[in-house]
Design a protein around this ligand. Structure first.
Ligand code: CAP
Ligand code: MG
Length: 428
């Protein structure tokens, strides 16, 4: 076959090309075919040559498979170079429609996964990127760095506004006013249901935030879930701003890239906490879909300030969500690494976090991380305030290098961290 779309001698200039790492699994005998078909279908080709195709179009705009690592007769990793001219400035939907669009449906493939993407700074710098990033968040709270401890109000849904707000206050306050956690968020499906109206909930929560501030001088954060249609999100964001809120939360996968970027571009002056509910439909299967680090990169371009990227426990049985440590670290590198003129995005580690495993997260991911625990705080035998204090105590132990269970219990006893002792001895 010709070299228009597959040429291992092609010099893919990283400043002039978006480079996509694909992994393919194909029916036997199809490997060489997809080396051509993937770049063709995701740039200027289709299933046969068309009348208006010119050598000039092919020369300037054809994508090319330029590197192949054959793993078996039916599996390979490819690097495909896409000329920068194929991409519209500041347009995430178009970028994904190009290299992560039709190719997933090609019948010459069985599975396809986008494992990584390199984007030249010339294109990177056309996107808004984060308005605040970790430094902006630290400035709001009045700290130099993390780890920042947080919680998700539980039960996930169902509490009326007054109970929801009191649960928040208890977690912020801890048992003594200063030992609580800093960051509280709505759960991802909590928006504006009959049992807990958005404005009633957020209004009460923010009154308690003011109370914490006046009682203890601490600036705490509430990530208000504004998820909905774009017009609804804008109304809810206005309300949060009017009420003196400090953070907006968006379910970024279910609302979509354009909605997220639209909210970013309104410049509400508040960090965007990105929850990634439904990402697993795209990221979980290691043979098909898209690596979380590629989504993390895209949400950084769209302008979120923090995003969930997993704990590190994977199948270690501690956490709840299946990502392993390498995946989490590679996603976090996309968020915190140098990227054109972009601010960083703080990773949020959550899912099955408790006093027994928070130390491992801190050891692996601190200082630039927000760690949120729902059941791990609100499941404490003495309730949310004690759970928050116990989590803070476990953080203190971890920052002193005490992480493993037995040592942690001894540390808690030696330091009279009674809430942590109770969490370790009574909590399941
Ligand atoms: C955690 C959580 C978060 C998950 C999301 C939940 O609650 O609130 O949504 O962490 O997963 O609803 O499960 P728990 P990820 O602390 O009680 O597990 O952070 O991986 O996107
Ligand atoms: Mg949740």
């Amino acid at each position: 076959m010709d070299k228009e779309f597959y040429n291992e001698d092609f010099n893919a200039d990283p400043d002039a090309n978006v480079i996509v790492d694909f992994k393919v699994i194909v029916p036997k005998g199809n490997l060489n075919r997809v080396y051509h078909e993937i770049p063709a279908e995701s740039s200027v080709g289709t299933w046969q040559r068309v009348a208006a195709m010119t050598d000039d179009i092919l020369r300037k705009l054809s994508a090319k498979t330029f590197q192949v690592e054959k793993l078996s007769d039916t599996e390979a990793k490819l690097k495909v170079a896409y000329p920068l001219e194929l991409f519209e400035a500041n347009n995430i939907p178009q970028m994904l429609s190009l290299f992560a669009g039709n190719v997933y449906g090609m019948n010459s493939l069985e599975y396809l996964r986008v494992n990584d993407v390199h984007i030249p700074n010339e294109l990177i710098n056309t996107f808004p990127g984060p308005a605040h990033g970790p430094k902006g968040i630290y400035d709001i709270i009045g700290i130099d760095q993390g780890p920042i401890l947080g919680t998700i109000v539980k039960p996930k849904l169902g509490s009326p506004p007054d109970v929801h707000a009191k649960t928040t206050y208890d977690a912020w306050r801890g048992v003594d006013g200063t030992s609580g956690i800093t960051w509280v968020k709505d759960d991802e499906p909590q928006t504006d249901q009959d049992f807990c109206r958005f404005e009633d909930r957020i209004g009460r929560v923010l009154e308690y935030a003011d109370q914490i501030k006046s009682e203890t001088g601490r600036q705490v954060i509430y990530a208000a879930n504004i998820t909905g249609s774009i017009s609804t999100m804008m109304k809810r964001a206005d309300y949060v701003v009017d009420q003196g809120g400090k953070c907006l939360m968006i379910d970024v996968v279910t609302t979509g890239f354009s909605a997220v970027q639209h909210i970013r571009e309104q410049d509400y002056g508040l960090p965007i906490h990105a929850h990634r509910a439904m990402h697993g439909a795209l990221t979980r299967h290691h043979d098909h879909g898209i690596h979380m680090k590629v989504l993390a990169l895209m949400y950084r371009l769209a302008g979120v300030d923090g995003i969930h990227t997993g704990t590190i426990f994977g199948k270690m049985g501690y956490g709840k969500i299946e990502e392993d440590k390498e995946e989490v670290l590679s996603s976090n590198k996309k968020l915190m690494g140098d990227l054109g003129n972009m601010k960083q995005v703080i990773p949020i580690a959550s899912g099955g976090v408790g006093v027994r495993n928070i130390g491992k997260i801190i050891d692996a991911l601190a200082p630039h991380v927000v760690i949120t625990a729902g059941g791990g705080i609100h499941g404490h035998p003495d309730g949310s305030a004690a759970g928050a204090t116990a989590m803070n105590q476990a953080k203190d132990a971890a920052l002193q290098g005490v992480i493993e269970d037995d040592a942690l219990l001894q540390w808690a006893k030696d330091n009279e961290a009674v809430e942590l002792v109770k969490a370790l001895t009574n909590q399941s």
